[in-house]
Design a protein around this ligand. Structure first.
Ligand SMILES: C[S@@+](CC[C@H](N)C(=O)[O-])C[C@H]1O[C@@H](n2cnc3c(N)ncnc32)[C@H](O)[C@@H]1O
Length: 318
């Protein structure tokens, strides 16, 4: 069940686990990363997991009964600060892991409506107990809005043409199945671009864009990043695995912005005042860089192909 976790060992190494520390897995999924974190903790350690998808939380609930160090919360990770505040743990977290996007299990379950490869109701919500489904949005959105979503979140060059086709077709029949949407998009892409690279399904970009929009995935990332300083203990680590350039750009920009180094000569001891100066203002993180999957991992798990892990450490002097 856990073998498909992307960058599993790399992510846990990046967290630099303190065996009696407190960790958060903000994207529990099937629990692959969580299980590995637990294996590194002693009985004094603690792992709090979150997921906005009930099917993931149900899996986590089973683990809570088996392991007293583990607990799980059903909530989007943008609500992490509030949850951790309620547990009186703000500023005490030793590491936060975010493995973004959706799990293979969500994609392959046709009833969730995420995949253009499997026919199912056009839903795409990670938490299907709240918000509007992709079907509801597509039924009502203006052509301009559809175009904007496809262009902004999918970087789809044919966004205007696809949006037009969707709006024309929805007058004829309800676009309530993934197969119906996939067919409209594919027909449009192949009609306007007959040299289309067929190694990638023509609906790939549009489905990704609609999923990001429906689940407010980029907003979620921006919100949690604003709270990580408060959540983390000094020396605590933030580890984020992204799967597309939009997500990665946000994480990269954020870490870079808060880890700018002042130009002090290297290897010269600094006074207390100099240290405070060096680490004041925007200097809140030590940027520990990025890690990409090995060729072997990509061979074993094609989903790893676009993954990029970035990590940073909250500074002790801030
Ligand atoms: C890539 S999977 C995580 C896989 C997990 N690390 C493992 O090893 O099994 C992403 C999970 O994060 C959840 N998720 C995505 N965005 C979320 C958010 N903003 N808040 C909470 N959960 C989220 C999804 O529902 C999904 O279960």
């Amino acid at each position: 069940m856990h073998h498909n976790s992307v960058l599993l060992h790399e992510a846990i190494n990046a967290l630099n686990i303190n065996p009696s520390g407190i960790y958060i897995d903000g994207t529990f999924g099937l629990g692959g990363h969580s299980h590995y974190i637990l294996s590194k903790l002693t009985s004094h350690g603690r792992l709090i997991a979150m997921d906005r998808d009930w099917s993931a939380v149900n899996i986590g609930e089973v683990l809570t009964k088996q392991d007293g160090r583990f607990s799980i919360i059903h909530a989007p990770f943008s609500k992490m600060l509030r949850c951790i505040y309620n547990m009186n743990l703000v500023g005490l977290i030793n590491g936060i892991l975010l493995d973004l996007g959706v799990c293979e299990s969500q994609l392959t379950d046709s009833s969730r409506g995420f995949s253009f490869m499997r026919d199912g109701p056009l839903d795409m919500r990670m938490d299907n107990s709240v918000g509007q489904s992709a079907y509801e949005w597509i039924a009502k959105a203006s052509q301009k809005d559809i175009e904007w979503v496809l262009r902004t979140f999918g970087e789809e060059k044919l966004s205007k043409k696809i949006a037009r086709s969707i709006v024309l077709k929805r007058e004829v029949y309800p676009i309530d199945r993934t197969s119906a949407l996939s067919e409209i998009i594919s027909d449009t892409v192949l009609y306007y671009n007959n040299r289309y690279n067929r190694r990638k399904h023509p609906a790939t970009r549009s489905f990704l864009a609609i999923r990001i929009y429906i689940n407010e995935e980029l907003v979620e990332i921006m919100k949690i990043l604003q709270d990580v300083f408060k959540l983390l203990a000094p020396g605590g680590r933030l580890v984020v695995i992204s799967f597309n350039s939009l997500e990665d750009r946000i994480v990269k920009k954020f870490i870079n912005q808060y880890s700018r180094v002042f130009a002090y000569p290297p290897k010269i001891p600094l006074t207390h005042t100099q240290l405070l100066h060096k680490y004041s203002g925007t200097m809140k993180f030590k940027n520990l860089g990025k890690i990409k999957p090995t060729v072997l991992e990509i061979k074993k798990n094609i989903r790893a192909r676009s993954a990029i892990l970035r990590y940073a450490e909250k500074l002790i002097y801030m």
